[in-house]
Ligand binder design. Structure first.
Ligand code: FAD
Length: 299
């Protein structure tokens, strides 16, 4: 790849940021700090996850509704099919619509007991494609869905996974956001396979800046993403040096984004884990500057 230096990047990118609903007042303060730091970068949207088994239903709603009410950001709510009837899920979606939320990240979700097979609720949506269709029947929501460059653990083959992705997009989703990955080639191969399957919707890479390899490996094992061996070596000896670890994490993720940019990617979705620093630094390296400052400069 002919990869431009950071200094050559023009900042012609769109970004979105993912948060999770906070559990405590302290976590809530941290989330709002992060939202306020990242908001001036003018994200296309910010999204809030839905806990396993719908466990954060109220907290997700409260967080999304507050973003919608108190900021000028477009808030997207994640919603899953787990352990809920269609009527219950539709009621949650109706509440979002009434609160002015127009964007849903529609997911199947994972079984409440880790390692077991997903069982749809008897009156529920069986998978994300059914959920997308159900939401579209209610209102003209903008809908994003999930995609898996390294295959979803439940899918037999890439062809089946791509068929499933196509069903979600055909049912009315506008874009797919990927599970995190650490090799640009893995994303490019997936993008080629998606195009070859006749899918022309936007595929947005999900970027996870990693500063704790052990924790990421635990999570990655569940979702089918591979943590390359070289990553351990990269973080070796940094356990007690958190500042250095952050610098390595930012460099690594920025390098991934730079290569994706060189390959034509212009929208990046950041898994922020409710912390602004890494995402902000990476966006800055990609040439993004606060919207108000850019407007002043143009004037
Ligand atoms: P689906 O697209 O429905 O499919 C999952 C798998 O099942 C695929 O492999 C597919 O091939 C297979 N499959 C589906 N339907 C069929 C069928 N009819 N026949 C055969 N096979 C089928 N989880 C949460 O709990 N909360 C969140 O907020 C959340 N946010 C996420 C955000 C992103 C960007 C991503 C990538 C994932 C997120 N997840 C979240 C995780 C997600 O819920 C899990 O990965 C889940 O296991 C699959 O959800 P899905 O929407 O991709 O499922």
């Amino acid at each position: 790849l002919d990869t431009p230096l950071f200094a050559d990047l023009s900042g012609d990118i769109g970004v979105s940021f993912e948060f999770f609903p906070p559990k405590t007042e302290k976590m809530e303060a941290q989330l709002w700090d992060s939202i306020q730091t990242l908001a001036p970068l003018g994200p296309r949207f910010v999204s809030v996850t839905y806990g396993a088994g719908g466990s954060t239903r109220e907290r997700t709603h409260a967080t999304v509704a507050r973003i919608q009410r108190e900021t000028s950001l477009a808030a997207a709510a994640h919603l899953t099919c787990v352990e809920a009837s269609r009527a219950e899920i539709d009621a949650v979606a109706e509440e979002y619509w009434a609160a002015g939320v127009r964007h849903i990240v529609a997911l199947r979700g994972d079984p409440p007991v880790m390692g077991t097979k997903f069982q749809p609720h008897p009156d529920g949506y069986a998978n994300a494609a059914e959920l997308v269709a159900g939401l579209k029947r209610l209102h003209p929501f903008e809908i994003s869905v999930a995609a898996y460059p390294e295959l979803h653990p439940d899918s037999g083959t890439q062809a089946a996974d791509l068929d499933n992705l196509k069903r979600k997009l055909d049912a009315g989703a506008t874009r797919a956001i990927t599970q995190f990955f650490f090799s640009p080639d893995c994303f490019f191969r997936f993008r080629d396979a998606v195009a070859a399957a006749g899918i022309d919707s936007e595929i947005v890479p999900g970027i996870l800046p990693v500063s704790n390899v052990a924790q990421t490996r635990k999570f990655a094992g569940l979702c089918g993403a591979e943590i390359p061996g070289w990553m351990d070596r990269l973080f070796e000896g940094l356990d007690d040096l958190p500042a250095s670890r952050q610098l390595v994490a930012a460099t690594l993720a920025a390098e991934l984004c730079r290569k994706l940019y060189a390959g034509g990617v212009r929208h990046f979705h950041f898994y922020t884990l409710n912390r602004a620093e890494l995402a902000y630094a990476i966006c800055h390296l990609l040439g993004l500057r606060p919207v108000a400052a850019a407007q002043e400069k143009a004037a």
